[in-house]
Design a protein around this ligand. Structure first.
Ligand SMILES: Nc1ncnc2c1ncn2[C@@H]1O[C@H](COP(=O)(O)OP(=O)(O)OP(=O)(O)O)[C@@H](O)[C@H]1O
Ligand SMILES: [Mg+2]
Length: 301
C-alpha cells in the first residue's frame, strides 16, 4: 500500500513537471524564416551595416531605444561599441542576431543583405555571441565549453580555454576539465564564468563574434592577454566588442560611441581623441581613475 502511495505521488509530480516542459517545447518562435528568406545563402563573410537603424522594443511603449544609427564594419575588422549603461549597446547585438525585427528590413544588413533574407540556421551557425550575462550549465567544464560546437575534441576545447586565459584555473579544479559546475559542483567566480563563456564562443570559430561586455570581471592584465589572443585568432574574421573599459577597445578598427540611442561619435581611437568629445572625456576620466588607484596602491605599500 505504501509503495502504491509513493508511486501515485511521484506520478503526479512527474506530470506537473511534464506540463511545464511541454509549455516550453510547444512555444512557437515569433521570428521565423519568412518569404523573403534566401535559402541559397549558406554562410556569412562577416560584413556588417547598420543603415539609419531606429528601433523600439515591442514591449517598450514606442520609446525608441536606437535612433538613426549608421555604421559599417568590413569583413574581418574589429568594431567596438561603447557608451553609458542603457544607451542601446546590447540591443544592437540582439538585432544583428535577429532576436527582434526592425520596421524597415535594410536597417540591419549582413554581407549587404538584410538579416531577414538570411536563413536563421545560418545566423545561428555563423554568429557566435558571448552575452552580457552568460549561462553555464550544471555539467562538466568540457561540455560547457563544447556547447554549440558539436564534435569538438578535447584538444580543441583546451586550445579555446588557453586563448580565453582560463586553462590554468581549470587545471586547478578537482577534476580538471571533467569537473562538474553549478548546483552540485564547483562554483566559479564571475571572471572565470566570463572566460569559460569566451572559450565557448571561440571554439565555434564563427565568421562573426559578438562580445558583450564579457571582460568586465577580468583583471586588466588578463584582459590584455585575452585581447591579444583574440587579435591573433580572429584575424580575417569580424569581431564586435562592447566594453566599458576604453583601454580594451583602443585597438579596434572603428569605435562607435552611443549616447542615449544615437551615434554620438564614430571613428578610430586617434580620431575620437582628436575630436575632444564624449570619448575623450571618458578616456581622460578613466586614465585619472587608473592613476589614483595606482597612487593608492603605492601609498598602501
Ligand atoms: N527586452 C526589452 N524590452 C523592453 N526594453 C528593453 C529590453 N531590453 C532592453 N530594453 C531597454 O532598452 C534600453 C537599452 O538597453 P540595452 O540593454 O541595449 O543597453 P546597454 O547599452 O547594453 O546597457 P548596459 O551597458 O547596462 O548593458 C534600456 O533603456 C532598456 O531598458
Ligand atoms: Mg548591455
Amino acid at each position: 500500500m505504501i509503495a502504491v502511495g509513493e508511486c501515485i505521488s511521484s506520478f503526479s509530480q512527474g506530470m506537473a513537471g511534464l506540463k511545464r516542459i511541454r509549455a516550453i517545447l510547444s512555444e512557437k518562435p515569433e521570428i521565423t524564416d519568412g518569404p523573403e528568406c534566401d535559402e541559397s545563402i549558406d554562410a556569412l563573410r562577416g560584413e556588417i551595416d547598420l543603415n539609419g537603424l531606429t528601433f523600439a522594443y515591442p514591449e517598450g511603449g514606442g520609446n525608441a531605444v536606437l535612433r538613426d544609427v549608421s555604421v559599417h564594419a568590413d569583413a574581418g575588422s574589429v568594431l567596438a561599441i561603447i557608451g553609458r549603461t542603457g544607451c542601446g549597446k546590447s540591443t544592437v547585438f540582439g538585432l544583428l542576431e535577429r532576436l527582434y525585427d526592425t520596421d524597415r528590413a535594410d536597417m540591419v544588413c549582413l554581407d549587404r543583405r538584410p538579416v531577414r533574407n538570411i536563413p536563421l540556421k545560418v545566423l545561428h551557425q555563423d554568429i557566435a555571441c558571448v552575452p552580457q550575462d552568460s549561462f553555464l550549465f550544471s555539467d562538466t567544464v568540457e561540455s560547457n565549453i563544447a556547447f554549440g560546437a558539436d564534435g569538438a575534441d578535447r584538444k580543441a576545447v583546451e586550445d579555446a580555454a588557453k586563448a580565453a586565459c582560463i586553462h590554468d584555473s581549470i587545471m586547478e579544479f578537482p577534476d580538471g576539465y571533467s569537473t562538474r559546475l553549478g548546483e552540485r559542483g564547483v562554483t566559479v567566480s564571475g571572471g572565470q564564468k566570463q572566460r569559460i563563456a569566451i572559450a565557448r564562443a571561440l571554439l565555434r570559430d564563427a565568421p562573426i563574434l559578438l562580445l558583450d561586455d564579457c571582460l568586465s570581471a577580468v583583471d586588466t592584465d588578463t584582459e590584455k592577454q585575452i585581447l591579444e589572443n583574440l587579435r591573433r585568432l580572429r584575424k580575417g574574421r569580424t569581431t564586435l566588442i562592447i566594453a566599458h573599459r576604453l583601454s580594451s577597445v583602443q585597438g579596434a578598427d572603428r569605435i562607435l560611441v552611443l549616447d542615449d540611442g544615437r551615434a554620438a561619435e564614430y571613428g578610430t581611437h586617434a580620431e575620437l581623441m582628436a575630436l575632444g568629445g564624449l570619448y575623450r572625456s571618458l578616456w581622460d576620466k578613466q586614465q585619472l581613475e587608473k592613476q589614483l588607484n595606482e597612487e593608492g596602491d603605492d601609498s598602501n605599500a
